[in-house]
Design a protein around this ligand. Structure first.
Ligand code: SAH
Length: 220
């Protein structure tokens, strides 16, 4: 338990420095910055990596997956929120649950889907420890979204498919926002914002990114 307490490289000063970096890189949403300032990222990574948790870099979380770089988490969250505050958000790719924890403090309800069961279980435990209770978890293939709770005001995908899965478009509510990286491994991936107005979908291309693939098919 003591290892979770903020000491040394995981101190508040170290976290504040990360927030300054995010500002310098262009993140302007104060609510996002504040939530990232107070959320302990080091508890989401392996203890051996905890001292690096407040560097602006992706880190391994086991099962061949990574915790996203803080800048990317901030940027995707900022884009997802837009000018408003969505109430119901679907997250595809729970991973270690860090992005989930940030979202849970900014929107009313988060529905998160992960294909690797042990990662999902760990994320669930960590968010419980952080007393974030407005999150629902599902072990499944996120290419299919989570139909039972659709429509969503926002959908965020934290792994890259080759193309946008049509089911996700179908589960986006009117006025909703979908933030998703697309492109294969070793190719240039682009982050996209897709907004829905009625039956019309508009797309804005954002920066180049590098995500693990959104796996097609079975779950493990
Ligand atoms: N948001 C996470 C990033 C995790 S990396 C974080 O903050 O740590 C991407 C995650 O997407 C991995 O955990 C991977 O297992 C998951 N993933 C990949 N393909 C998936 C699929 N088809 N359905 C659900 N999750 C998937």
């Amino acid at each position: 338990m003591n290892s979770h307490l903020g000491i040394g490289m995981t101190s508040q000063r170290t976290r504040d420095r990360l927030i300054e970096r995010l500002r310098e890189k262009g993140i302007t949403n104060e609510a996002v910055l504040e939530v990232m300032r107070r959320t302990p990222r080091h508890i989401f990574v392996d203890e051996a990596l905890a001292t690096r948790a407040y560097e602006d870099t992706a880190l391994p979380i086991g099962s061949g997956q990574t915790i996203s770089q803080p800048y990317i988490v901030a940027r995707m969250t900022e884009v997802l929120l837009g000018a408003g505050s969505p109430q119901r958000v679907l997250e595809v790719g729970t991973g270690c649950g860090y992005q989930t924890a940030i979202l849970a403090q900014l929107v009313e309800k988060v529905f998160t889907v992960e294909r690797i069961a042990p990662l999902l279980q760990r994320a669930r435990n960590l968010l419980y420890e952080l007393r974030l209770s407005n999150v629902r978890y599902q072990h499944s293939d996120g290419n299919w979204g989570w139909q039972a709770h659709a429509p969503y005001d926002g959908i965020i995908v934290t792994a890259a498919p080759q193309n946008v899965p049509p089911e996700l478009l179908g589960q986006l509510g009117d006025g909703g926002r979908l933030v998703i990286p697309t492109g294969g491994q070793g190719q240039i991936q682009r982050l996209r914002l897709i907004t829905r107005q009625g039956d019309e979908f508009n797309e804005t291309l954002l920066e180049s990114v590098s995500f693990v693939p959104l796996v097609q098919g079975d779950i493990s």
